[in-house]
Design a protein around this ligand. Structure first.
Ligand code: GLC
Length: 547
């Protein structure tokens, strides 16, 4: 689906209609040959073709057989890990009244402390869902989307405070009463979560998954139901509401996403901004143009324009931009200011000068008055590529950076969630002395195998699958042997994480999705959006303004 074409000043309602998109000719993508047999140029042509037809629902061409991984039917020899991964993924399935509705976060019988790892997390289920969709098993994804939609309708309270109507849960659990033979659901919207953190990303992932489901199956009926339309509108109402904001980015508290503990991401974290952008673009063609939907469409179009301008101009950092910031004047008043946020050059950390290659760039972690968080965050940057929040040049530059700084960002296990780690006094202040987030561990510079699927998707989109292949090979050296850990520790990601769960479902599913996407790059369409041509002129202008 292509949002941004729609992002012209007058919204062409017809153009946006979901069913109309289905009428366009279908892509004829070769699915039989394994990816490894194709030449790179062949791949980029295919991917480009895919992107050009991004608006088309291209059903994944279902393979029959519920249990057999599709790879088994393909011409090339699957890695032995693939079958093991499917077995483990299926063992993590959660059933509600006999129907599969999700996968638990971790199936780690060795762990004494279960905490909430026995729950179905919305964000964790995304790679599982993609694996099932790619394997021609959409039912579980549909069930999940409907179950979480139902949960969204619950009244949500933390102490005496009622949360916004549209909030989607961070996670849910099915309670089986064997005696009474009943199943009941409990959900967590942050009221039980450690630190009472808000799952801002859940609603965005839900919309992104609804589009992936629709695109993969060609089944428009789910997205068109009154319930799904309302669910989308409620999520959008939360993030498009007007307030005191001076920026189009979304203001968030710490711990609002995959990094669900205090890690200094409060403000305008890149992960949320990229997911916000992607969710807006995914929602755009799925929203009906009835009285209620139309208003949202118009608000989305405006916000997309402003958001992409802001992100591409102020979050982007490359060698040139770093040099400009280094030479910034401060205390500039009025609209002619170059240093709009009054960033004091002395606040640039030393590491970034060494880290920044001549070739390459990335979206930094956060931008707000007098504050630039220069840390690299993998998820936000990869989602920026997939959603086309990054321009094609920026996408290439992000991939260049990953290549140039391979040791730092990938090391021995893909992929660092953030770089670099914070230590000593800064760690005390920023994390509140969090013993789980010590330097190079967990969210603080740990390496998360789940990110492999996002890296692979970004590699395919930018026509650089060899990078993904290299990363997957690293994962294949260790993941199965180590029991699919949640994360790895250390500067190079060599050690199984201090408190990492084993048989972490999204590590398993992330690997499968990466493998399936490399094997059949047409799957990319489920999680990727083409570039918005309508936004281009704005970027040019932004460059001349900031330089
Ligand atoms: C941890 C992670 C979070 C994940 C959850 C379940 O809290 O930080 O991102 O969703 O575990 O795996």
């Amino acid at each position: 689906m292509d949002g941004p074409r729609e992002a012209s000043s007058s919204v062409e309602v017809d153009d946006l209609s979901l069913s109309r998109l289905l009428n366009k000719p279908k892509l004829n993508i070769e699915r039989q040959r394994s990816f490894d047999e194709r030449s790179l140029s062949e791949l980029s042509i295919n991917v480009r073709a895919l992107e050009g037809y991004d608006s088309i629902y291209s059903p994944a061409g279902y393979r029959s057989g519920f249990d057999t991984p599709s790879t088994a039917r393909n011409s090339f020899e699957p890695h032995p890990m693939v079958a093991e991964a499917w077995d483990s993924l299926r063992r993590s399935l959660v059933y509600f009244r006999g129907q599969p509705v999700g996968t638990i976060a971790a199936n780690d019988h060795g762990s004494e402390e279960i905490l909430n790892y026995d729950q179905v997390f919305v964000r964790d289920f995304v790679p599982s869902a993609l694996a099932f969709l790619m394997n021609g098993e959409p039912e579980i994804v549909k069930n999940f989307l409907l179950k979480t939609l139902h949960l969204q309708g619950w009244e949500k309270k933390i102490d005496r405070f009622t949360l916004g109507e549209g909030v989607m849960p961070a996670s849910f659990k099915v309670l089986h009463d064997a005696g009474r033979k009943t199943d009941t659901l409990i959900a967590d919207f942050g009221e039980s979560a450690i630190g009472r953190v808000a799952p801002v990303d859940s609603g965005f992932w839900w919309i992104i998954l609804l589009r992936a489901y629709t695109k993969s199956t060609g089944d428009l009926s789910l997205a068109e139901t009154h319930e799904c339309q309302k669910g989308m509108r409620l999520i959008l109402a939360l993030c498009l509401s007007e307030g005191f904001d001076t920026f189009p980015t979304l203001l968030c508290a710490d711990g609002c996403s995959m990094i669900d503990r205090r890690m200094g991401i409060y403000g305008y974290p890149i992960e949320i901004q990229a997911l916000f952008f992607m969710a807006l673009r995914c929602a755009l063609p799925m929203l009906k143009h009835d009285a209620e939907g139309k208003e949202f469409v118009e608000r989305i179009v405006k916000r997309l324009h402003a958001l992409s301008y802001h992100m591409r101009s102020y979050f982007w950092l490359d060698f040139q931009q770093l040099n400009d910031i280094y030479r910034y004047k401060t205390e500039e008043y009025s609209h002619t200011a170059v240093n709009k946020f009054n960033v004091i050059p002395d606040s640039i950390p030393d590491w970034v000068f060494d880290f920044m290659p001549t070739r390459g760039g990335y979206f930094i972690g956060n931008v707000s008055p007098a504050r630039m968080d220069f840390r690299w965050f993998a998820l936000g940057n990869l989602v920026a590529i997939l959603s086309s929040l990054a321009t094609p040049e920026q996408s290439m530059a992000i991939m260049d950076l990953i290549e140039e700084r391979w040791e730092e960002l990938v090391g021995e296990m893909p992929l660092k969630i953030t770089y670099p780690a914070i230590e000593n006094h800064e760690w005390r202040i920023v994390t509140g002395c969090d013993p789980k987030n010590t330097r190079w561990s967990y969210h603080n510079g740990g390496s998360w195998p789940v990110l492999l699927w996002l890296l692979t998707a970004a590699c395919i989109k930018t026509g650089r699958p060899q990078i993904a292949r290299r990363a997957i090979e690293l994962a294949e050296n260790r993941l199965l042997k180590d029991g699919w850990p949640e994360y790895y520790d250390g500067k190079l990601g060599r050690y199984i994480g201090k408190q990492a769960r084993k048989f972490q479902t999204w590590s398993i599913a992330g690997y499968l999705v990466a493998k399936m996407m490399l094997e059949d790059p047409s799957h990319l369409g489920m999680v990727s959006l083409e570039e918005d041509k309508a936004m281009k002129p704005l970027i040019k202008r932004s460059n001349s303004w900031t330089c």
